[in-house]
Ligand binder design. Sequence first.
Ligand code: PGA
Ligand code: ZN
Length: 424
Amino acid sequence: MSTQLRKLHARRIWDSRGRPTVEVDIILDDGTLGRGIAPAGASTGTHEAVELRDGGSEQGGYGVSKAVAHINREIASALIGKDVMDQRAIDDALIALDGTPNKSRLGGNALIATSMAVLQAAANARRLPLWKHLAGEATVTLPLPEIQIFGGGAHAGRRIDIQDLLVMPVDAHSMDEALAMVADVYRAAGELMADSGRRAGVADEGGWWPDFSSNEEALQMLTRSIEKAGYRNGEVMISLDIAASEFGSGGIYRPGLEGRSYQREEWIAVLLDWLAKYPILSIEDPVAEDDTEGMINFTQAAGAKVQVIGDDYLVTNAVRVRKASANKACNAVLIKPNQAGTISETFDALQAAKACGFSTIVSARSGESEDVMISHLSVGWNAGQLKVGSFARSERMAKWNELLRIEEALGSAAVYAGRKALPV
Ligand code: PGA
Ligand code: ZN
C-alpha cells in the first residue's frame, strides 16, 4: 500500500443552494481516490474559519475561483509526496501554509475540502468505510439525530426568528426506528400545515416553510405535530436552534416577529417560559455569540434540565470549548468541520468537549452537498449526536440514509445512542 499523495485537483461544483463550492480530488501513488467537498453556512459565527469567496458581481460574489486556484497551485505543491496516513502532519502543513489565524489567506473552504479529501483517501486506501477507519476496534454508537421540522431564521428569509425547530427521537431503539419516527412527525407537520392552508414549501434545509405569526405558534405547531404522529410520552422531544446572533448583540435582542426589543434577562425569561411550556430537551445558541454573560446565566437557569449547545458561540474550537466549560457557559458543542477548517482541529474540539463532560453533536451546514462524511464522523468519533437539517432533499437524506447502511454493517454490534447521548 503506497499512501503518498500523487495528485491533488480542485474544481468548482455547486451546493444545495445552487452556490459555487470547492471539491477536491486526491489520487494516491496506489491509484486510490479520496474526495472532499466544502459545505457552507448562512448564519456563520464571527470566529469561524473564513470562507474565501471571489466577491464582485459574478455569481453574487460567491465564486470560489481563488480558493480553487490556491488548492491547485500552492496547496498541491506543498502536499504532493506526503503520506495521507498522517492527517495531523498534513493539517499542520495546511495551517502553516495559510499563515493566518482565521485561514483567510488560502480560505477555510480550500483547507477543509483538502483535509476531508486526505481523510477519505486514507480510509479508501485501507479499503475501510470511513467510520471504521476512524474507530478502529473501539465500540461505536449510532448517533441520536436532531432533525428539523420547521426551518426559520436566515434559512427562511427570517420569516420567524427561531432558526431550527427540530425533533429528537430519544426513545427509539435503533437508527432505523429513529428515522421512521421522525418521518411520522415530518409528515404530520406537513398535513397540519396543509390543513390550515399554510403549507408553503420548504426552507433551505428541507424543513417546512414557517408560515407563522409568532415564534411561539411554531412551537405549538411542532408540539401538535409530534402528538398527531402518535408520540405523547416524551418519546420524541424538541430541540431548538435559536441562532440568536442573527437578531441580538451587545446584550439586546430584537426578534423581528415579536415586535419589540428585549434586554438579555428578558430574552432569557422568554426562553425559560418556552422550556416550561413545551417538551424541549435541547437549545442551541440561546443568546448571541458575544453574550458570555447570557450564556452563563441561561445555563445556570436551565442547564440541569436541557442540553445547552454552543455553535456560533464555540465555532468548533478546542480553546473556546475549554473556556466555556470553565465558565459553565453551556454543556454541549456543535461540531462543524468547516468552522475549524481542518479535520484535526475539528477532532481536537470534539476531544476537548468530551474531556469537559460536554455532549457533542456533529453538524452539517445549511449549504450542503451529496457528501456524507459527517455521518461517518459522527459514528467513527462516537460523537453521540448528529444534526443534518430536515427529512427532505437529497443532500440531507444522503446523510441519514448512510447511517442506515452503517447500522446494517454493524449488525448485532449496532447500538443506538438515544437519550444517553444527552448531558442531562
Ligand atoms: P448555518 O446554520 O449552516 O447556516 O450556519 C446551521 C446552524 O446554525 O446550526
Ligand atoms: Zn446553529
